[in-house]
Design a protein around this ligand. Structure first.
Ligand code: ADP
Length: 447
């Protein structure tokens, strides 16, 4: 069975968040299974890091307006799509442009053309809005491929104008199911046209069909609930392994981190957040967690990629606090150091489809303190492997932080929780089996 992931991110080549970890970890777990071959198709971004790839060769299926570059890693074929007639992926960032819809529609078309020209049986696994339109293109084919669509985050739906879709060759009639008021949502193509849908935790799968949490797509998801499964994400336990992590100097610990960051070397609790500072991640609650940690005599490391200047300003007001280290960027290296050195990870997401950060933290011996929602609710058991609060308010967060600090002062309790968190199995082992079952079901669909 040949599985082709078509995605916009894959660690370690190009990563903004958990989607990249999933494309990488799930593909590696699949490639280890008997009788499975795996391919990943990504845009050839200017910023892509190809240093860990063996070589890049031009595929003979390349066309005059698009080159397909082939490489491989860990028994996985990697195909990079490079446009020759536009600058869609020649940018310093991978998302956040006015023409994002146009860029990823282009990618869907070129990726799907490439799949077709390979002329072999495959199962297409599409991820999030960026690649959802492949499902519509697939509908047009004489012999459509079996398809699976994973919703990593329902909040990003790929809004798109009629004009953009028309100029990409889609007809109004063809697009009727993607319509949302006066525009179109590319994510709808994945929901409407894929054979099966997964979301990244069971809880999130249940949440998105409720009127409270499903938002504007709830009626559509509710109508398709029979084809939705919740499969919790795993983490790649070889990549996220303290013992072999190339980012961690030998014997790296809390004191080494404090020295490195210029914090006072001390045994007080070291708390961290490693995040994208967007609304979903509860920036104001993170701000409160920092202030309360400092009031309680702890130290805080904030590693956060920020988009909104107003949010940045709120954090910068704290920049002279001696017990706070703040870096408002993305940094793979610092994230590994933070997980390895910190006692506590604060992750007060307002909603969280799965969340990988808390899983990585646990594996690195850093207990998560979370808002009990979505995948956080499913993976963090209060008092057992972490701490959680039910309502996303400053008061509830502060009370939870107090509980965590009290637990920290009780070494026996703390060590017991740490032992539980570190030993839990959050690898892809179980979830990869569930994906395989779905792929097989899909393959056997009568077409
Ligand atoms: P999301 O995908 O919504 O951002 P997840 O918790 O599922 O959230 O995954 C986030 C991934 O991105 C984790 O691997 C986390 O370590 C990483 N990450 C998030 N923010 C940063 C950052 N500022 N620097 C480095 N890594 C980050």
């Amino acid at each position: 069975m040949h599985i082709i992931h078509i995605a916009s991110e894959c660690a370690p080549f190009v990563k903004i968040g958990g989607l990249a970890d999933v494309t990488y970890g799930l593909s590696r777990a699949l490639a280890n299974q008997e009788g499975i071959s795996v391919e990943i198709i990504l845009p050839y971004y200017k910023t892509i890091d190809t240093s860990s790839l063996a070589s890049l060769t031009k595929d003979p299926l390349s066309t005059t307006d698009c080159t397909y570059w082939k490489s491989s890693f860990d028994n996985i074929t990697l195909t990079l799509v490079e446009p020759l007639t536009n600058n869609f992926f020649q940018r310093d960032e991978i998302y956040g442009f006015e023409d994002d819809a146009q860029r990823f529609i282009y990618f869907c078309q070129k990726a799907f053309n490439y799949v077709k020209s390979q002329q072999k049986d495959a199962i297409l696994h599409l991820h999030d809005w960026h690649t959802a339109l492949v499902a519509l293109l697939n509908q047009r084919a004489d012999k459509p491929y079996p398809t699976l669509y994973t919703i990593h985050n329902l909040a990003y739906q790929g809004p798109c104008s009629n004009a953009t879709l028309q100029s990409a060759g889609f007809t109004t009639q063809e697009l009727s199911l993607l319509k949302e008021q006066d525009h179109y949502l590319l994510m709808k193509a994945g929901i409407e046209y894929c054979d099966r849908i997964t979301t990244v935790s069971k809880t999130y799968a249940q949440e998105i069909i409720t009127s409270e949490k499903g938002g504007n797509l709830q009626p559509l998801l509710f109508a398709h609930q029979d084809k939705i499964d919740g499969i919790v994400n795993g983490i790649d336990t070889e990549y996220w392994n303290r013992q072999t992590d190339p980012y961690l100097p030998k014997g790296f610990d809390k004191h080494a981190m404090q020295k490195k960051l210029g914090l006072e070397v001390s045994d007080v609790p070291l708390v961290c957040s490693v995040t994208r500072l967007v609304e979903q991640k509860g920036p104001l609650l993170i701000l409160e967690a920092i202030k309360e940690t400092l009031r309680l005599g702890g130290q805080y490391v904030l590693l956060a990629a920020v988009a909104d200047p107003q949010i940045t300003q709120r954090f910068l007001e704290l920049k002279d606090e001696p017990n706070l280290f703040m870096q408002l960027t993305y940094s793979e290296e610092l994230s590994h150091l933070a997980f390895a050195a910190s006692d506590l990870l604060v992750m007060p997401s307002l909603f969280e489809p799965c969340g990988l950060t808390q899983l990585i933290a646990m594996r690195y011996g850093c207990l998560p303190l979370v808002h009990a929602t979505g995948g956080l609710k499913e993976t963090v058991a209060a008092g057992k492997n972490g701490f959680s609060f039910e309502t996303p308010t400053k008061e509830a967060l502060r009370a939870c932080l107090h509980q965590a600090f009290a637990a920290y002062r009780d070494p026996q309790k703390w060590q017991g929780m740490l032992a539980e968190a570190v030993s839990e199995d959050h690898s892809w082992k179980k979830s990869v089996k569930k994906y395989l079952t779905l792929y097989k079901k899909n393959r056997n669909l009568n077409r």
